[in-house]
Ligand binder design. Structure first.
Ligand code: GLT
Ligand code: MN
Ligand code: MN
Length: 389
């Protein structure tokens, strides 16, 4: 293995405890791997070159743990983090596994369930902050419906909003350094999940009491399940200052949430994503929310984790080559040729610019005759990716 592709903490790669810890259960079959102890996962991931681990409250502390058990588990885990120089940059709440959440958490019809979900999340926020997290993810996997007669659409949006507002006020009151990242998914485990895409989330955020504290956590698999372009959603979130976190994995379109090893399916889409994050020098962690195939034993799990990071670094190197390729850059320079006068007119509405715009004598037929060279550009991209250039 070339050292160039060896992950290091400075690359800021993180994994959820639930990702490498995924035991391979699916709706048709039981676990295929024994559970991994969180402290062992910390050690193994640090040996592979990761920067940190992220977790749900119950990935670390069992749902029914007593306060004393909780404190013992947390102090043992903190020791493992310190021993291996690992961080917990992000935390989240498990609001989907226990049967109490079968009809949702913040959007369950039963107010007792909604209140319990808020109580559980307050405790989980405290846990995340205690471990050093500065990003808190909300993935509302059970916030949805199969029976549309069962819930009133606007109520579910309102309840979701009230919960988010409750938590932003709590975080401010506590003086925590914590921002929220909302993660969308179109379906699974619910027939339909509310706020199903990153675009829905971006609008919802603007309706909150403290929108500045809340951004998104787009996931490659989830946008792809919805048939959408992940990179376009990521770019929009970034441009709005809302790309607080990211879930990297891979996915075949229109299927169940596969959470595949990063780069394993859509190489070109993964490439443009990595290129984007690196070109804009995005300062977030490169978090992998994926898991090993069900066919794997523990060694396969570490092969999977190493593969996610190595593939990212390989694509990063390909992005560097793309950016330095004279022929590609020549085509891009032509495609991106600017027109300061016209762009100045379009940038801001004024009555004067309307007058000027109306006077320009465009020749649409001539403009339309120009070929744009995208065939060549895309072929050159393919050649960079396949190592021919
Ligand atoms: C669950 C889900 C992921 C979310 C996790 C965070 S939980 O594994 O499939 O996409 O990011 O709650
Ligand atoms: Mn995810
Ligand atoms: Mn997923």
């Amino acid at each position: 293995m070339s050292d160039q592709y060896q992950p290091k903490p400075e690359h800021k790669f993180t994994f959820g405890l639930w990702t490498v810890g995924n035991p391979g259960r699916d709706p048709f079959g039981d676990v295929v791997r024994p559970p991994l102890k969180p402290t062992y996962t910390v050690k193994k991931l640090s040996e592979l070159g990761a920067y940190g681990v992220n977790l749900h409250d119950n990935d670390l502390v069992p749902f029914d743990a007593t306060a004393v058990e909780r404190d013992n588990i947390v102090s043992e885990f903190k020791k493992a983090l310190a021993d291996h120089g690992m961080k917990v940059p992000m935390a989240t709440t498990n609001l989907f596994y226990h049967p109490v959440f079968k009809d949702g958490a913040f959007t369950a019809n039963d107010p007792k369930v909604r209140a319990f979900a808020i109580q559980k999340t307050l405790n989980a926020i405290d846990l995340g902050v205690e471990l050093g997290a500065t990003i808190y993810v909300f993935w509302g996997g059970r916030e949805g419906a199969e029976v549309d007669a069962s819930k009133n659409g606007p109520d579910t949006v309102k309840w979701n909003r009230e919960a988010m507002n409750f938590f932003t006020h709590y975080v401010k009151d506590q003086g925590y350094d914590l921002r929220f990242a909302l993660e969308a998914k179109p379906n699974e485990p619910r027939g339909d999940i509310y706020l199903p895409t990153t675009g829905h989330m971006l609008h919802f955020i603007e309706t909150l009491d403290h929108p500045e504290m809340v951004g998104v956590n787009p996931e490659f698999a989830h946008e792809t399940m919805a048939g959408l372009s992940f990179i376009h959603g990521v770019a929009q979130a970034y441009e709005s200052g809302k790309l607080f976190h990211i879930d990297l994995n891979d996915q075949k379109m229109s299927r169940f949430d596969q959470d595949l090893r990063f780069g394993s399916e859509n190489i070109k889409a993964a490439f443009f994503l990595v290129k984007f994050l690196e070109d804009v020098n995005w300062d977030g962690n490169r978090h992998f929310d994926a898991h090993a195939y069900r066919t794997e034993d523990e060694q396969g799990v570490w092969d999977f984790a190493a593969g996610c990071m190595r593939s990212y670094l390989i694509l990063k190197e390909k992005a560097r080559r793309f950016n330095e390729d004279a022929e590609i850059q020549g085509i891009l320079a032509e495609i991106h040729a600017r027109d300061a006068e016209l762009e100045g007119l379009m940038a801001h509405y004024t009555a004067e610019s309307v007058g000027k715009l109306r006077k320009i004598d465009f020749d649409p037929d001539t403009i339309a005759q120009k070929g744009l060279g995208y065939e060549k550009l895309d072929q050159l991209t393919f050649e960079v990716l396949t190592g021919v250039r």
